[in-house]
Ligand binder design. Structure first.
Ligand code: SAM
Length: 323
């Protein structure tokens, strides 16, 4: 079992396949150009070996492919095939902007992906284009429906709530999720990336989000179901529909004491904490071939740097780290 300096067990790896993304979400990268760090340095074989090593020797249970946009990687289906075949890996998931999902959902499921999280910040076409930089709402909705058809379940929607941007849409987004029997998760804006300077004006706490949802909630099952990062509320709405709403309250109710995850970027850097720039270069253990002993030594050094609590402000953009 892998533990860090605060005795937290590490069971979850978020693997960034690329730092490129067609979207320019206001809070994620906005107009920043992504500097090329000579990325995508790791071969599929190396990634497969490192995941198998973590599963078989260190108790890793879950891998999420992220980025950037993971479906931008030319070999992403190969990654899914190879990783999903690893014995002992209980869950292989992906976070996606959904732009390619209508075409890909069946192939993702066939390749062995268990489930997807899809970013959706607005149901209004123009507003969606302003937030993401892409006029793509209808593609995303087709992608969500394709993911449901392909049984990439449970399909979860991720919504970052932004004051004066989409905060009047939270009820509509919850109704959209209820109609399709999806889980929707509201994410608190984190002070990193292009909106970091405006964070206090744009941030909405999950308590305020729930206050906005309150008029349409008839019943909230008393005990939210908890995972490391999310609290899930089982709601009954005023039209009788039932829906699960998750909240990720990284700023108002930090869950660092429950954090069970590490991140590895496509150019071989380990981030023990999403908001902390303390990173560990793993490349010497990954090239020219995977070296398990060296990997373990570097991993141990990296985990010593996993802070008990995340810093107040993040220094990098999530698209670079694998949010
Ligand atoms: N391309 C994929 C996507 O669009 O979902 C995966 C990468 S994206 C960086 C992963 C998640 O990071 C998204 O759900 C997005 O909402 C979240 N994210 C990015 N910047 C954020 C910020 N400053 N605060 C909160 N969430 C953020």
């Amino acid at each position: 079992m892998l533990t860090d300096s605060a005795a937290r067990s590490i069971r979850y790896l978020r693997l960034s396949l690329t730092n490129t993304c067609a979207m320019r979400c206001l809070y994620c990268r906005g107009n920043f150009e992504i500097p090329s760090r000579g990325q995508e340095k790791l071969s599929i074989e190396t990634i497969e070996q490192l995941v198998r090593h973590l599963v078989q020797n260190h108790g890793l249970r879950k891998v999420r492919l992220t980025g950037g946009e993971p479906t931008n990687h030319k070999d992403f289906l190969q990654y899914i095939r190879r990783l999903s075949a690893i014995d002992g890996l209980e869950e292989l998931a992906m976070t996606t902007n959904g732009l390619n999902l209508a075409l890909l959902a069946d192939r993702l499921a066939e390749a062995g992906l268990n489930r997807v999280n899809i970013s959706l910040d607005s149901l209004d076409k123009e507003r969606f284009a302003i937030i993401t930089g892409v006029d793509g709402l209808s593609k995303i909705i087709a992608g969500i429906d394709a993911a449901i058809q392909a049984k990439l379940m449970p399909v979860k929607l991720n919504t970052v709530a932004l004051r004066n941007q989409n905060d009047d849409e939270l009820q509509d987004l919850v109704r959209f999720a209820a109609e399709r029997n999806l889980i929707i998760r509201f994410i608190e804006l984190m002070p990193m990336g292009p909106l970091a300077d405006q964070w206090s004006e744009r941030y909405i706490s999950t308590d305020e989000m729930f206050a906005r949802l309150d008029p349409i909630i008839v019943n909230d099952y008393p005990e939210p179901r908890k995972s490391a990062a999310s609290h899930y509320h089982q709601l009954t709405l005023d039209d009788g529909k039932k829906v699960t709403v998750g909240v990720i309250s990284a700023m108002s109710h930090p869950f660092c004491d429950q954090c069970d995850r590490i991140r590895i970027t496509t150019d071989g850097r380990l981030y023990p904490c999403l908001m902390d720039d303390k990173q560990q270069k793993m490349l010497p253990a990954l090239q020219p071939t995977f070296d398990a002993d060296r990997f373990d030594a570097l991993l141990k050094a990296g985990l010593r740097n996993k802070a008990p609590e995340h810093p107040a402000v993040g220094s990098e953009m999530m698209v670079e780290i694998g949010g």
